[in-house]
Design a protein around this ligand. Sequence first.
Ligand SMILES: *Cc1c(COP(=O)(O)O)cnc(C)c1O
Length: 355
Amino acid sequence: MEIDRRLTKASNLAVIEDQELGFGNVFSDHMLVRDWTDGGWGRAMITPREPISVEPSALGIHYGQSVFEGLKAYRGTQDGVIRLFRPNRNAARLEASSTRLCIPTLPAEEFIECIRQLVATDSAWVPNEREHALYIRPMVFASEGHLSVRPAHRYKLVITTAPVAPYFSSQSRALRLKAENRFTRAAPGGTGSAKTSGNYAPTLWPMVSAAKEGFDQILWLDAQEHTFAEEAGQMNIFFRIGDEVVTPELSGTILPGVTRESALRLLKDWGIKAATRRISMEELTEASEDGSLLEIFGAGTAAVIASVASISYLGKEISAAPHSGRSLAERLREELLGIQYGERPDPHNWIQVVG
Ligand SMILES: *Cc1c(COP(=O)(O)O)cnc(C)c1O
């Protein structure tokens, strides 16, 4: 696959030296754009990062016909080699999200090649520090201007990258979640399992309210009864109850996370019982009361594995029992980071090196 290149004459790389790196406040020099018209994808172009012109009636903006992805490029702590983690899973998910939204799909190998070449172009932007990474944000949106609610005839793929620091700057402190019993993120038959733009804006109002009450994130519950745990903000949620780890099953309302899938695989490798099933707030309340709720943690590319201290549900606190020694969350986090930063073996061939 050939990709055209127009490179910047003035790199912005120096700005990350005098700017505190957050999560998405700094962007790298280049981006990749590719248009879809007349039934096919045009040539991909790597260009300096710059504003793109958008048709004012673009269907993607008006009606949310838009999907995105999120993955990272990691620089090996020992060898300096740049690695991608399971980009084929992001390619497959982009395809599933696109199909749900009537957006033309991008062949997986082309998706990965676009990412490889963009990351290679901005390889100097992949941070050296462990737990820092180059976040990669591909998106495809309907660019055709029209007023009808119908699949568009034109689309644009845009991939941008951003050097990022750890998502939760203070993971010295476990998170406090609020189980949201009024608003919902996704309903059966809806788009909860697609990474589509329309799923996120409706979470802002509940998120802002929860933050005002002092919570870090929302634990979303099922839309019908508000009794089953679904996911925590932009992370999948895990519970360690007794000698078993459980996470909600993929029912169509939950985003199928690559981190979730990888964590389940690692638990299986380690001989730890892991189940995917419905988990009621009643079960969690009881496990919290009888001390069998040992751990709660979230899993996602941005935060990797993030420990959760408690969930507030209808005014009551569901807390993980205090434990001594190394948590499973920590073990999973270290294993994933170890593989991503090239420090540990990669028995499942999850890594793709960017040459
Ligand atoms: C992206 C995302 C996740 C995490 O998926 P990963 O592939 O592990 O990064 C979980 N939940 C939601 C709602 C998301 O958008």
